[in-house]
Design a protein around this ligand. Sequence first.
Ligand code: GRF
Length: 198
Amino acid sequence: MTKRVAVFISGGGSNMVKLLDSMTGDHPARACVVLSNNPRAGGLALAEDRGVPTEIVRHQPFDGDRTAFEHAILGALAPHAPDLICLAGFMRKLTADFVDLWRGRMLNIHPSLLPKYKGLHTHERVLAAGDTEHGCTVHEVTPRLDDGPILGQARVPVLPQDTAASLAARVLRQEHLLYPQVLRRFAGGDHTPLYLKT
Ligand code: GRF
C-alpha cells in the first residue's frame, strides 16, 4: 500500500521540494499535503506548483497553547489522511502527546551529526568548537528534541575558511540527498540507518 506523506515546513522548503520530487514511479509513498505554520513560507508556492495541496495553521492565534495549535493541525491533516509526517524545517516544538500520536510515523531532518548539536545554530556551534567534520541526520521523532532513532546521516568536511553560511550550504546539499533516500527506505519498511558516503 502506498504511504501518504504530510510534509511540515516553516520556510523555504528546499528539503520539501526534494521529498516531493522524489515520490514518483515505484516509490512506496506519495505526498498528500504540505502544512506550514507560516503563511509566508516560500515552500507553499513550490508545493502548489507541484499539485500538492497545502494547509496553513498559524501558531500565533493560539498564543502559546501548543495543544490547541496541534488540534488545529490534526484537523487540517484529517482530510488528507496521512500515514507519515516528514518535518522539513518546521520550526515549532511539538508536544509529547502529538509526538506519541505519531510515534514511529514521523521523521525529522536536523543539520548536525546527532547526537551532537541538538537545537539551533548548529553551524555556528560547530565552527566555535573547531570541529573538522559536520553533517546532517534524519531521525524518528520522539518527545525529546532532536532525539530518537537515527535513520540516516551524511557527513561533510569543515574547511578552514568556512563561515556558518558556507557550511550551511554544504550541509544542505547533503540534506537534499539524504532525506529522500531515507524516506524511500522508511516508507518501504526499512528502518535501518543509511550512512551516505561523501
Ligand atoms: C534545514 O537545514 C533543516 O535541516 C533545518 O531547517 C532547514 C530547512 O531548510 N531543520 P529548507 O526549508 O528545507 O530549505
